[in-house]
Design a protein around this ligand. Structure first.
Ligand code: NAG
Length: 202
């Protein structure tokens, strides 16, 4: 016995074929629209973002970070800068690591003198923060200053923060390397000559 083959009429086949073609076209159009719109939307959002930014520049972008504290203690205070005892410099807020500074200040008290001789008188932080003033301090301060700078640099790098231009310079690291390697200087000896700096904040 022969089973009758399920046969479709040629009309039905044409309809099925048409539906398949329509399905493929719809699919391709949808994919095309999704990609087209996505790219277009991203581009459009980017253009809107750029417009908004150009209308409202951030105060950060307008500020100069080349010697942002000026070159005197007075101009530094007026610019809202902080006297960083551990880096011995006036720093813009963007270049001041308050938490790190606080923890290193606890390692003190840090004392500053007008001369390396026993005759040298104690100087206040306010006095030594003035441009051009020379003060003297212990080797312990110098070593701790270098450790502070080392940590500050790593923290700034991790967080993408700006960095005091002195700290960022290789000369500072070379100087600190010599300090670390030279273990012949007693830590309590007053041998370190200081003067405050007004670095750029890069
Ligand atoms: C270590 O430092 C002292 C004091 O600054 C200096 O006199 C001495 O030459 C230094 N030693 C070396 C090996 O650099």
């Amino acid at each position: 016995m022969e089973l009758p083959l399920p046969r479709r009429s040629s009309r039905t086949r044409r309809v099925v074929f048409g539906i398949k073609i329509l399905g493929i076209l719809t699919f391709l159009t949808t994919i095309g629209l999704i990609f087209g719109l996505t790219f277009h939307t991203v581009d459009l959002l980017g253009q809107i973002g750029a417009k908004v930014n150009s209308l409202k520049p951030s105060p950060r972008a307008q500020r100069s970070f080349k010697h942002p504290c000026g070159l005197t203690a007075t101009s530094a205070r007026a610019a809202g800068c902080v006297f960083d005892v551990m880096s011995m410099a006036w720093q813009a807020q963007e270049c001041f690591d308050a938490d790190l500074h606080e923890s290193f200040m606890l390692e003190g008290p840090w004392e500053f003198y007008s001369s390396p001789d026993p005759s040298g008188r104690r100087m206040t932080e306010e006095e030594i923060s003035e441009a051009g003033v020379v003060s003297w301090t212990t080797r312990r301060y110098f070593v701790t200053h270098c450790v502070y700078g080392w940590k500050a640099m790593h923290r700034a790098w991790q967080r993408g923060w700006r960095m005091d231009a002195n700290l960022a310079s290789i000369e500072h690291t070379e100087l600190c390397s010599r300090v670390f390697m030279n273990t012949s200087v007693p830590l309590e000896m007053v041998t370190t000559r200081l003067h405050v700096d007004f670095p750029s904040c890069n």
